[in-house]
Unconditional design. Sequence first.
Length: 202
Amino acid sequence: MSIREAVPADVPAMLAIYAEYVTQTAVSFEYEVPSEAEFTRRLAEHNTVYPWLVWEEDNRVLGYCYAGRAFERAAYAWNAEISCYLAHEAQHRGIGRQLYARVEELLRRQGCRKVFAVVTSANEPSLAFHRSIGYRDAACFRQVGSDCSNFAVRDQIIADAALVVPCIFNQHGWPSFWCGVARICVRICGGCGRGRNSLSSR
């Protein structure tokens, strides 16, 4: 078994895992399974900046975990959003924890200061998992998603975790408004995000 970088050849296996989440649950907030071409595009887009890893056993991909941009505006650049999907046989074995730990470490080395997980309120096991590894509930977007099969309205829970120890802001000479924003939402310390090409994920 190993954790390694995802490559385009992994797309069919990853898509097969993801398809069950799309068709059998409400957790993905997608109505249709993306095509292989679309999934390949997503992998390539994420890999230009963020880590995307797979869990492999006996030459089979049984799960994957990746990070992406959390918010669009430039000032959010040192934040990331994390997601993980596992095949049935890979669940409840600690694989999700190991994938999360590796992706978070890569994000930390890239200069990321905060990581967010977006979980539907219907997914209690995922909420419990995130809380067990140190994520805390940061926000709840109420009634933002609808399951097209039965029109059930879903909430989304935003959970976050700090990747560094919080520190004082003004030591870096940032404008004073940063301190006000940070007290309200997230606490971060110096450094800036760098592209993933500047590090090895091994």
